[in-house]
Ligand binder design. Structure first.
Ligand code: AHM
Ligand code: MG
Length: 341
C-alpha cells in the first residue's frame, strides 16, 4: 500500500523576474557578498540617497520657492555661487554630518574641509562632493547634478589635506545624482556600475540597470567647441578629423548630464585646457576622479595630460584638471591625436 501525502501537490513556481530592488536593498545585498563588511559604507550611501532626494525636491521647486539665481558670494573657486549651490551644500552637510563613521566632509563650495571626528574616534571614511554641478544652468531647467566620492580615512595621517589627497585609484565608492527629466542615481563601489531612478510615488531610488557598460565607441563628442581656438593642437586635430568622419556633437554644459549621456550612448566627453583655464576647468577631486571611476568601471577610459586620470596624485584639494573620458576607442583616438600613442 502506498501512502498518499495529505499535502496538495505544489505547482512549480516560475522564477520571479524583474524584482523591484531599492538602492537601500541593493547596497545591503552587495554588502552581504563581502563577509568582512561592517555596514558602515551603507550608512553613508543611505545618507547620500536622502540628500539626493531632498536636493531633487528643491531643484524641482526652485522657481516656485524663488531660490533661483545668485547667492551673492563667490565660492573658493572664485565663481558666483547660486542660491541652490548653498542650499544643496547645507542639505548634504546635514544628511551626512551625523553619520558616526565619517571623519571628514569636503565640498567643492567650501575652502576648508569639515573635520567631524578623528580615526581614533571612529572616523573611517571621508566624503568629498560637488553639491550642485552645472548650477549656472539652473535657471533654464537644464539637468544639474551632485557628484560624490568616498575615501578611506587613514588614522595614521594626522594632516587633513594629506588624508584627502589620495590618487583616484584609492576611491572606495563614487557616484552622481542627475536631476534631469528624471532623478537618476549612478553608483559604483568598485564592482560594476548600477543605475537607479527615483520613483517619486514611493520615494525610493529603484534599480533600473545593473552593471552598466559604456559602448566601445560612438561617433559623438561632447566639448565646448566655442573655445577651440585656444585648445592645444592635438584637440583641434581630433575635432577636424571628427568633422571629416561623420561625427555628431552634444554639449549641455553640465558635466553630470554630459557624462551620463556619454556613459549610456558612448562617445567622448572632453574639457581641454583653455586660455581661461590652462590647467583645465574641472575639479580633480570633486568632479574628475568620481566620474573617471564610474567610466572605468563601466568599461571606459579616462585620461588627463597623457596619463590615466585615476593615477594622478593631487597636490591641492581644489586642483583643476583637463578631462578626456568615455568609450575606450574614442578616448584612444583622442590620445592618438594628442600624443601619437
Ligand atoms: P560648476 O561646478 O561651477 O557648475 O562648473 C562645472 C561645469 C561642469 O558641469 C561643466 O562640464 C562645465 O562647468 C561647463 O563649462 P563651460 O561653460 O566652460 O563649458
Ligand atoms: Mg561642479
Amino acid at each position: 500500500m502506498t501512502m498518499m501525502s495529505s499535502e496538495p501537490e505544489q505547482a512549480a513556481r516560475p522564477p520571479i523576474k524583474d524584482n523591484l530592488m531599492s538602492l537601500q536593498s541593493h547596497i545591503l545585498s552587495e554588502e552581504a557578498r563581502h563577509p568582512g563588511a561592517t555596514g558602515e559604507l551603507s550608512w553613508i550611501l543611505s545618507a547620500i540617497s536622502l540628500a539626493g532626494k531632498t536636493i531633487a525636491n528643491k531643484v524641482r521647486r526652485a522657481r516656485i520657492e524663488d531660490v533661483l539665481g545668485e547667492h551673492g558670494d563667490l565660492n573658493v573657486q572664485g565663481e558666483q555661487q547660486q542660491k541652490l549651490d548653498v542650499i544643496a551644500n547645507e542639505i548634504i552637510m546635514r544628511c551626512l554630518g551625523d553619520r558616526a563613521n565619517i571623519a571628514v566632509l569636503a565640498s567643492e563650495e567650501d575652502e576648508e574641509p569639515t573635520i567631524l571626528r578623528t580615526g581614533s574616534e571612529g572616523g573611517k571614511y571621508c566624503v568629498l562632493f560637488d553639491p550642485l554641478d552645472g548650477s549656472s544652468n539652473l535657471s533654464f531647467g537644464v539637468g544639474v547634478g551632485t557628484i560624490f566620492t568616498i575615501l578611506r580615512n587613514d588614522p595614521n595621517v594626522p594632516d587633513v589635506q594629506q588624508t584627502l589627497q589620495q590618487p583616484g585609484t584609492e576611491q572606495v565608492a563614487a557616484g552622481y545624482i542627475l536631476y534631469g527629466s528624471s532623478t537618476v542615481f549612478v553608483l559604483t563601489t568598485g564592482n560594476g556600475v548600477d543605475l537607479f531612478v527615483l520613483d517619486q510615488s514611493i520615494g525610493s531610488f529603484v534599480l533600473v540597470q545593473r552593471n552598466v557598460r559604456i559602448p566601445e565607441a560612438n561617433r559623438v563628442y561632447s566639448i565646448n567647441e566655442a573655445y577651440s581656438d585656444h585648445f592645444p593642437g592635438g584637440f583641434k586635430q581630433y575635432l577636424q578629423w571628427a568633422h571629416e568622419n561623420g561625427y555628431s556633437s552634444r554639449y549641455i554644459g553640465s558635466m553630470v548630464a554630459d557624462v551620463h549621456r556619454t556613459l549610456l550612448q558612448g562617445g567622448v566627453f572632453l574639457y581641454p585646457p583653455t586660455k581661461k583655464h590652462p590647467e583645465g576647468k574641472l575639479r580633480l577631486m570633486y568632479e574628475a576622479f568620481p566620474m573617471a571611476m564610474i567610466v572605468e568601471h563601466a568599461g571606459g577610459k579616462a585620461f588627463a595630460d597623457g596619463k590615466r586620470l585615476l593615477d594622478v596624485v593631487p597636490d591641492n584639494l581644489h586642483q583643476r584638471t583637463s578631462v578626456i573620458m568615455g568609450s575606450p576607442e574614442e578616448v584612444d583616438r583622442v590620445e592618438q591625436h594628442l600624443h601619437g600613442g
